[in-house]
Design a protein around this ligand. Sequence first.
Ligand SMILES: NC(=O)c1ccc[n+]([C@@H]2O[C@H](COP(=O)([O-])OP(=O)(O)OC[C@H]3O[C@@H](n4cnc5c(N)ncnc54)[C@H](O)[C@@H]3O)[C@@H](O)[C@H]2O)c1
Ligand SMILES: [Zn+2]
Ligand SMILES: [Zn+2]
Length: 361
Amino acid sequence: MSHQVRGVVAGGKGAEVHVETIVVPDPGPGEVLVRVKACGVCHTDLHYREGSINDEFPFLLGHEAAGFVETVGPDVTSLAPGDYVILAWRAPCGECRSCRRGRPWYCFASRNAVTPMTRADGTRLSPALGIGAFAELTLVAAGQAIKIDPAARPEAAGLIGCGVMAGFGAAVNTGAVSRGDTVAVIGCGGVGNAAIAGASLAGARTVIAVDVDPRKLEWARRFGATAVVNATETDPVEAIRALTGGHGADVVIEAVGRPETYKQAFLARDLAGTLVQVGVPDPSMTVELPMIELFGRGGALKSSWYGDCLPTRDFPLLIDLYLSGRLDLDGFVSETITLDQVEEAFARMQRGEVLRSVVVL
Ligand SMILES: NC(=O)c1ccc[n+]([C@@H]2O[C@H](COP(=O)([O-])OP(=O)(O)OC[C@H]3O[C@@H](n4cnc5c(N)ncnc54)[C@H](O)[C@@H]3O)[C@@H](O)[C@H]2O)c1
Ligand SMILES: [Zn+2]
Ligand SMILES: [Zn+2]
């Protein structure tokens, strides 16, 4: 059987997204059907609409979601209807060369549902990040549905499925921020502020928030920034150095995805410091750096895919932090909206008015 439900589709490069009837089949082997309760609007959804991820239009957008398992595929034993889950865009396969080496958080062949979801006319949809959760129902691989404590409300819990995990993990897993470190975060949207929260919980001594929007900097203080820098008023590299005894930060997290902010992050590190790139660049972007500085500064230049997370390990942990009042997930929920308002939410995101607009179904 298949289900006709409402979903948000990006039909072509740069075109406005809209709600249409989509067809979601029942789960095949290894798959589960999930009734989505809430799904955050992430900048990556906008990147998909802009055609800067790939050109496999039409996309079924949305990938930051929590909901309830509706039905499970024939051989699925790990989940049952009614289970409360966050959807993950990484479900380690256990068999690729990275999983076999004991590094499932990099899994190079992460699992997704293989049974296609389609438009009403039968055109196959590409679900954003293998999820597609701006829809009443979505189909994912069983390994993508991570059971969590139902006490966490879906609007907040769903954000762990992408932005919060990506930012938090960029600081804690990829950047390995630890007690006494100095940290700077460039770009304080949903992802950057989660990196600030992660760095703060990990015991960083100094957490510097950099953004071009004063509202974002105000929010950054709430998540644990000890100093803020408005990059439209002050040179961020100079400011970060000044706030770290003239040296630069131990870890600088780039959460914008632009060559100029990457370069700032590179230059704002202390010797032997770590740059963590989380922001997603457009494929046309390039960055030029003096090779002597690459060598002379030492340290590490890292990229963080999904905060190097292991969803089965990290999602329940972040939920525990939330439920015990140590991670303010509610602070990321700027507004709740309906499926029909995703295009407006993109505009609000671009105007810097929100950390997260969350679609509630
Ligand atoms: N690596 C991953 O796994 C992963 C996961 C999720 C999102 N992302 C990416 O992370 C980035 C941030 O996502 P988001 O949802 O927080 O987006 P967002 O639009 O909410 O936040 C971006 C922030 O950057 C700020 N900014 C823009 N230009 C700046 C500049 N020159 N200097 C300083 N700040 C500047 C904006 O004011 C905004 O606050 C996006 O590129 C997104 O695609 C990556
Ligand atoms: Zn794998
Ligand atoms: Zn995302």
